[in-house]
Design a protein around this ligand. Structure first.
Ligand code: AMP
Ligand code: TRP
Length: 327
């Protein structure tokens, strides 16, 4: 199947992102033809610091490569380097209705509920997302709950365009992944691990040093029971078991069994080793990609050119159908 994913280059990634989003996305390339887009135009719909954005785009590309994106199978490109995205978004913006966009939960949440003043770009965000997908005649888009409504809008716009102007677009289906891993905060296992948590000991950053990892895991909240058991009601211990299991590719039960009576300290020490062993080669590879920045930039340019060739075919077709091509 032809699959499309979009990644906003907006934050430094943590282990929750890695297990919950990065790994599942990269695993798709085993069986599918994947387009992986760095959604920089989506990122600027909320204010960004320009110098930081530039760095984060490169860091995102380096991270995905370090985690196993295979450019023989996958096209990984930068959204803003393919002008067809903005062009088709404009055309689709003339097909979309104000009311439809006003109903989008992410927009409503910011404007209606929180009363924030947002950019026109943010209002138009789902239309750009529709353009991203429709340009590549995509069959399936992996989506979490937060993006499902945007995909439904994509289908609605494609259907309306096809009906009004002719069959330009394939209707993409949502690919609901099997239960994705959910990693909780180390300081508070009742909330999701998150970069925006007030306590930096909440999350394990992909770029954290071995010392930081050790300190954070040592401080991780568990409970007063001395044994290690695989009991989801023991949220802190269970979360650490989940991380251990994903980092070492072993089952939660076998780890719980092994550490049952070895004490929390030994369990945490070995978990620390497992996380460091997982992250060390990834960090080395990220550093290497970032050190060869010219190469990384060239590689992204090449990839974006591959995407451009595909996207332009659909764009030309759509422009022709709308009556914009006069030659
Ligand atoms: P965010 O940066 O919160 O927009 O998340 C980017 C991606 O990482 C989304 O696919 C999230 O579902 C995933 N993600 C974020 N935090 C976690 C977490 N604590 N556990 C699992 N997945 C997560
Ligand atoms: N909106 C997505 C997010 O916040 C990112 C994204 C942009 C995307 N364009 C896309 C996802 C197209 C899937 C398909 O995560």
């Amino acid at each position: 199947m032809k699959i499309f994913t979009g990644i906003k280059p907006t934050n430094k990634l943590h282990l929750g992102n890695y297990f919950g989003a990065l790994m599942p996305t990269i695993a798709l390339q085993e069986e599918h033809e994947v387009l992986m887009m760095i959604a920089d135009l989506h990122a600027i719909t909320v204010p960004q610091i320009p110098a930081e954005l530039k760095e984060t785009i490169l860091l995102t590309a380096a991270t995905y490569l370090a985690c196993g994106v295979d450019l023989q199978r996958t096209i990984m490109f930068q959204q803003s380097a393919v002008p067809a995205h903005s062009e088709l978004a404009w055309i689709l913006g003339s097909v979309a209705k104000m009311g439809e966009l006003e109903r989008m939960i992410q927009y409503k949440d910011k404007v209606t509920i929180k009363g924030e003043s947002v950019s026109v770009g943010l209002f138009n965000y789902p239309v750009l997302m529709a353009a991203d997908i429709l340009l590549y005649q995509i069959e399936a888009v992996p989506v979490g709950v937060d993006q499902k409504q945007h995909l439904e809008l994509t289908r609605a716009l494609a259907e309306r365009f096809n009906k009004d102007f002719g069959p330009a677009f394939l209707l993409p289906k949502p690919l609901i992944s099997k239960e994705a891993a959910k990693i909780m905060g180390l300081d508070d296992p009742s909330i999701k691990m998150s970069k925006s948590a007030p306590n930096p000991k909440n999350y394990l950053g992909l770029l954290d040093s071995a010392d930081e990892i050790a300190t954070k895991i040592k401080a991780a909240v568990t409970d007063s029971e001395p044994t290690i058991t695989a009991d989801p009601n023991r949220a802190g211990v269970y979360n650490l078991l989940t991380i251990f299991s994903l980092a070492s590719k072993r089952s939660i039960d076998s780890i719980a069994h092994e550490y049952q009576d070895q004490g929390t300290k030994k369990f945490k020490d070995d978990l620390t080793t497992a996380v460091i062993e997982l992250l060390t080669p990834i960090q080395a590879s990220i550093t290497q990609h970032l050190a060869n920045q010219t190469e990384l930039i060239e590689l992204l340019a090449e990839q974006s050119e591959r995407a451009r060739l595909i996207a332009n075919k659909t764009l030309v077709k759509a422009k022709e159908m709308v009556g914009l091509l006069i030659g």
